[in-house]
Unconditional design. Structure first.
Lengths: 282, 157
């Protein structure tokens, strides 16, 4: 099969992947609506009690630091505010599709979720350490960055030897994927989010997480997800078959002005939160 | 018994035990073995120096190379291990591609390990460090064998 045929096959697979949940796009559309209310969120979530239970579990985890446990979505909105609740809802939706093993990348069940959560808390930690204002989009963008692996896994598995040998010749793993399959997991992740009508800033952070220098609109969201991802792989969280075979961008580290000490400081905090959050649903 | 050594953790064992650690990226995996006493231990340390976060180091000394390595040796002495017989092997300490200093945590982990061993006159018998691999290590205490795995590939250290 030619590279172009493989690419077409992978893209057609995007449309067969069930959406992360019917709830996610509805919740996202509320974000843009100035008149949206706590009642509307509750209305949407009422259709899915399992999801609601998990949302409350995550809301009550130590990471979000609420002084008292909440028992309803409405209470959660009051205490956390809109935007923070939405990131919890999306995280809960994402968890449901990430608990499977990912072939090709050699990730055991649950490891992609653990990695995704780790990148989210690392990204927020980096922003704090660098004195940047932590916006709520960063958590979700980081959480979704590897979504493309869900689609790409089976194709990577089929061509693993060819991809590995391209990588061993010196290409970063996503370039090796492109060389053999005509696309890579970051591009497919971006396409998935576009399909599900996510905001363009998030799509770009996912699309360029390995190639931030190629982004048309470079920005902090892309830069932070890029660095946080490399750091989590270094710590072995979600490091699959490709290990650390990616190239961090020196343009990004210069732009962020990040120092080795700051990266180590964030690393020392990552593990506890990643373990805490990733075990919420177990 | 098979024991898993998590990131930022340490385990010791006697013959019959197998110590396993998964996905060593830039972290240091250190295996220490006394063949006469048939005791061994494994450390999975994340960062080189505890001074970066003394509070974390107090709560969990195994997170750092400088605080984790001495405790590993001390725990083995308690089980009857002797320093002069110890065989020491290291794995991990990888880095992403490129030459950015910022991401060289793996190299810094290795440098701090070498310094500690040198100061204490302990030799490093073998190592499999650096590069972009994610390594899983099986340490079989009965034989002292250290097996490294990456995907379907496996080799002995």
């Amino acid at each position: 099969m030619s590279q172009a045929e493989k690419f077409r096959k992978i893209v057609s697979k995007i449309h067969t992947l069930p959406s992360i949940s019917g709830v996610a796009p509805k919740i996202l559309s509320l974000l843009d609506d100035p008149n949206s209310s706590a009642e509307q969120v509750q209305e949407i979530l009422r259709l899915d009690p399992g999801l609601t239970a998990n949302i409350l579990k995550l809301t009550n985890s130590a990471y979000f630091g609420l002084p008292n446990k909440v028992g309803s979505v409405k209470q959660a909105v009051v205490l956390l505010g809109w935007r923070r609740l939405i990131k919890i809802v999306l995280a809960t939706c994402v968890n449901a599709v990430m608990d499977k093993p990912i072939p090709g990348y050699d990730l055991p069940p649950g490891e992609l979720w653990r990695h995704s959560v780790a990148v989210s808390v690392t990204a927020e930690g980096l922003m704090k350490e660098l004195g940047l204002e932590v916006d709520d989009e960063i958590f979700t963008a980081a959480l979704l960055h590897d979504l493309g692996k869900l689609v790409m896994g089976e194709f990577v598995a089929k061509d693993l030897e060819a991809i590995r040998s391209a990588a061993e010749k010196g290409a970063p793993f996503q370039i090796a994927e492109r060389e053999i399959l005509g696309t890579d997991h970051a591009e497919i992740g971006g396409m998935l989010l576009k399909n599900w009508s996510f905001p363009s800033k998030m799509i770009e952070a996912v699309r360029w997480h390995h190639d931030p220098d190629l982004a048309e609109n470079p920005g902090t969201l892309i830069d932070i997800v890029h660095v946080a991802n490399v750091l989590c792989l270094m710590l072995g969280i979600g490091a699959g078959i490709e290990g650390l075979h990616y190239q961090p961008s020196s343009t990004v580290t210069r732009r962020l002005g990040i120092k080795p000490k700051q990266l180590e400081m964030v690393a020392s905090q990552t593990l506890q939160w990643a373990n805490e959050l990733s075990s919420v649903f177990v | 018994m098979r024991q898993i050594v998590q990131v930022g953790d340490m385990k010791v064992g006697k013959k019959g035990d197998i110590l396993v650690t998964h996905a060593l990226g830039s972290c240091l995996g250190l295996m220490v073995y006394d063949p006469a006493a048939q005791v061994g231990g494994m450390l999975h340390a994340m960062l080189p120096l505890s001074k970066i976060n003394p509070e974390k180091a107090m709560a969990n000394p195994y997170m750092f190379v400088d605080t984790g390595v001495p405790i590993l040796f001390k725990e083995l002495y308690k089980l009857g291990g002797e320093k002069k017989r110890m065989k020491v092997k290291a794995a991990g300490c990888g880095s992403p591609m490129g030459d950015s200093e910022i991401f060289k945590i793996g190299q810094r982990n290795y440098t701090v390990l070498k310094k500690i061993l040198w100061k204490n006159k302990v030799l490093l018998e073998a190592d499999d460090v650096g590069g972009t691999l994610s390594r899983t290590v099986h340490f079989i205490i009965k034989t002292g064998q250290t097996l490294i795995k990456n995907g379907s590939r496996e080799w002995e250290l």
